[in-house]
Ligand binder design. Structure first.
Ligand SMILES: Cc1cc2nc3c(=O)[nH]c(=O)nc-3n(C[C@H](O)[C@H](O)[C@H](O)COP(=O)(O)O)c2cc1C
Length: 234
């Protein structure tokens, strides 16, 4: 992948300019970002990439602490669209300090793809990126994400993309599409309990193994193709 500096030197004229920016703690969103960058280059786009780096990694057991207030309200959250809309306006979204960006201004790009792991909602470093980067106003932007589970409409997709996309719109961007791929990986707790739970839910809710929704699975790969067609064309 090109860095910002190399990209300034090698520039094909006429091709849509795309920035693929992502944060990844354990590598799954990074892999998806690399696949998307390669797909878009194959379709003739001029792709730059930025990997958001944190100043300091937080202990993995501290990450969920600020997310716990949702737990007692989870049934109401899952059952009521009205409750979700209200919750998304008031919930506390943590941020995490990030290192200086290679591409601090995205105004030159026709399209920005923004990748995040789902940390119940947005990952903390991506929130800081949104509050740091310049040039989002008027940009076309398409978020992409990895999370452990299958693409459950409320618990995975709405919980992540609704708050993310309202932030993007508030910053003046136009959201053109979204992509979600399962990583089939969860860092909690000790014996793969969360992965086992999501594999069970996938069988129950979709009658498909969770592996189908990953980058190596049938549904995951079809989603990647659909997303690339939608944002960049063939
Ligand atoms: C604090 C935290 C919260 C998470 N919340 C969810 C969640 O709500 N749903 C889910 O399926 N996975 C959840 N995960 C798992 C990650 O989304 C998943 O492992 C992701 O693919 C990791 O991406 P990365 O390897 O790019 O960091 C969470 C992980 C962390 C650290």
């Amino acid at each position: 992948m090109q860095t910002g500096t190399e990209a300034a030197v090698v520039r094909r004229s006429g091709a849509p300019r795309v920035l693929v920016v992502h944060y990844s703690r354990t590598g799954h969103t990074a892999r998806l970002a690399a696949v998307l960058a390669a797909e878009l280059r194959r379709r003739g786009c001029d792709v730059d990439a930025e990997a958001i780096q944190v100043e300091r990694d937080w202990n993995k057991w501290l990450l969920p602490v600020p997310l716990l207030p949702l737990l007692p309200f989870l049934p109401a959250y899952l059952l009521s669209a009205r409750f979700r809309r209200a919750w998304h306006r008031i919930y506390y979204q943590p941020q995490q300090a990030i290192r200086p960006l290679a591409i601090p201004d995205v105004a030159a790009y026709d399209l920005v793809l923004l990748g995040t792991p789902k940390w119940l909602y947005l990952s903390f470093p991506v929130v800081r990126w949104l509050n740091t980067v310049r040039g989002l106003e008027g940009r076309r932007i398409a978020p992409f994400a990895t999370f452990c589970g299958p693409p459950l409409q409320v618990f995975e997709l709405e919980m992540l993309f609704d708050p993310l996309e309202s932030r993007l719109r508030a910053l003046g961007s136009t959201v053109v599409d979204r992509l979600a791929v399962s990583s089939n990986y969860h860092p909690y707790f000790f014996f793969g309990e969360m992965e086992r739970l999501f594999r069970y839910i996938s069988r129950k809710a979709f009658q498909r193994p969770l592996a189908d929704f990953t980058l190596d699975g049938e549904v995951g790969q079809a989603e990647v193709r659909r997303f690339c067609d939608a944002v960049c064309g063939e």
